[in-house]
Design a protein around this ligand. Structure first.
Ligand SMILES: [Fe+2]
Ligand SMILES: [Fe+2]
Length: 208
């Protein structure tokens, strides 16, 4: 595959900058290759984030952080037991607590990559916070949650729903959008949901 050639080639390049830049994308690809994220998930949410970020008028720095965060949001899953991540049965509360630590690990890894925008570290750490304050890890609510995390959360959940996973079938785009809308103002920032739906309605034709 093309990315494998790039990875192998990278080992013969002495520039640290090349490694640092590549870490952002290669780590995400590795996560998908291990089956810990749906195939193509990262590239799809990068594109979704780019488009929603632009619709919301995010400034350049914020856009850069958003894209880095889209690549690295779940990279902390590498630190967790694969068996637990792919467990087909319902997770015990203690197992959920372990899964939740992936946000912290993702932020730790993101912070260690020199080319990652500093705002992306917070964006990654808080990508599972909820607008109503019931998310994790910090129970932030509303605009306390970095805007990059709020955009990422909607794009991430949407793409996860419409993707086929080891333990569940893919939702139809129609049902996934209805789910996103139903969580407006609870899980998700209302203005991000509005932008997301506006974009989606331009792309899909809904059967009544
Ligand atoms: Fe996550
Ligand atoms: Fe994800």
């Amino acid at each position: 595959m093309e990315y494998q050639q790039a990875t192998v080639g990278a080992f013969f390049l002495p520039e640290h900058g090349y490694f640092a830049q590549n870490a952002i994308t290669q780590l995400a690809i590795e996560l998908e290759e291990r089956g810990l994220e749906p195939q193509g998930h990262t590239q799809r949410i990068v594109r979704l984030c780019e488009s929603i970020g632009n619709m919301l008028g995010l400034h350049n720095e914020s856009m850069e952080a958003l894209i880095h965060a889209a690549y690295l949001h779940d990279i902390g899953k590498m630190m967790l037991p694969t068996k637990l991540l792919l467990k087909p049965d319902t997770l015990e509360p203690a197992e959920w607590d372990i899964i939740k630590t992936h946000a912290k690990w993702s932020a730790i890894i993101a912070a260690a990559i020199p080319s990652v925008h500093p705002r992306a570290v917070a964006a990654v750490l808080h990508h599972h916070e909820r607008w109503d304050g019931t998310g994790y890890p910090s129970y932030l609510s509303g605009e306390q949650i970095p805007i990059e995390s709020r955009v990422l959360a909607v794009c991430d959940v949407y793409d996860t729903l419409v993707s086929k996973r080891a333990y569940s079938r893919a939702w139809s785009p129609h049902n996934a959008l209805a789910e996103i809308q139903s969580r407006r103002g609870e899980h998700f920032d209302p203005k991000v949901v509005d932008a997301f739906l506006e974009r989606a309605l331009g792309k899909f034709t809904f059967a009544s």
